[in-house]
Design a protein around this ligand. Structure first.
Ligand code: SF4
Length: 180
C-alpha cells in the first residue's frame, strides 16, 4: 500500500489537504492531512469516504450521447467513444461560429475544482476561440453583489465580527453537518 498527498477535488474553497491510501491501483481510504498548514487534518463529511465515490459503479466514466427526448424520464443515452464525442463538440462549435460568430458561444461554468491549475483551465480555450466571457460564474458573482450591497466588500463576511457576535442566524446550510 502507498500513501499520496493530495487536495480535495470538490468545488470548495477550503481545498483541504488529503492523504490518499492506494493499494493495487485502488483508493482504499482518504483522510485529512495533519501536516497541511491550514486545514490540519480536518475533512468535512462529504470527503470522509471519497474512496466509495471514486470506485462507485454509478460514476459517469464514458461519454454518453442523448438519443431520446429531453426531460426527466424520457431522456435516453447511449455510450459513444471519446473520438465521437470530441468530433461532435468540434463540429458543433465550428458550425455555431461559422453561422453566428464566436461570441455566440457562452460557456456556463464555475470552478469545478478550486485547484489553481484545473480551475482556470478552460479559460484559455474559450478566450482563444473568442467566446463570450462571463464573470467567472453565475451564482458566485450574484452572491458577491449581495455582500457588496450590504457590507461594501465582496467575497464573504469578516471573521472578526463573527467571533464577537452574540447571535448568529445561518441560512441555506446545515452548519453542524457540513462543517466541523
Ligand atoms: S470542507 Fe469538505 S468539500 Fe471542502 S475542501 Fe474540505 S473536505 Fe473538501
Amino acid at each position: 500500500m502507498k500513501e499520496y498527498k493530495s487536495v480535495c477535488p470538490y468545488d470548495c474553497p477550503d481545498a483541504c489537504g488529503l492523504i490518499v491510501s492506494v493499494d493495487n491501483n485502488k483508493v482504499i481510504s482518504v483522510r485529512g492531512d495533519r501536516a497541511h498548514a491550514f486545514t490540519r487534518g480536518t475533512l468535512c463529511p462529504k470527503m470522509a469516504h471519497y474512496e466509495k465515490v471514486i470506485h462507485s459503479p454509478l460514476r459517469l466514466k464514458y461519454p454518453m450521447k442523448r438519443v431520446g427526448k429531453k426531460g426527466i424520464g424520457e431522456a435516453q443515452y447511449t455510450r459513444i467513444s471519446w473520438d465521437e464525442a470530441l468530433d461532435a463538440i468540434v463540429n458543433n462549435f465550428k458550425e455555431t461560429i461559422d453561422t453566428y460568430g464566436s461570441e455566440s458561444i457562452l460557456r456556463y461554468s464555475y470552478a469545478g475544482t478550486m485547484g489553481v491549475i484545473q480551475s482556470p483551465a478552460a479559460d484559455y480555450f474559450f478566450r482563444c476561440i473568442g467566446a463570450t466571457d462571463q464573470d467567472r460564474g453565475i451564482c458566485s458573482p450574484a452572491k458577491q453583489a449581495g455582500f457588496r450591497s450590504v457590507y461594501a466588500f465582496g467575497l464573504s463576511i469578516l471573521i472578526k465580527p463573527i467571533l464577537l457576535a452574540k447571535l448568529m442566524s445561518i441560512f441555506t446550510l446545515n452548519q453542524v453537518v457540513m462543517e466541523r
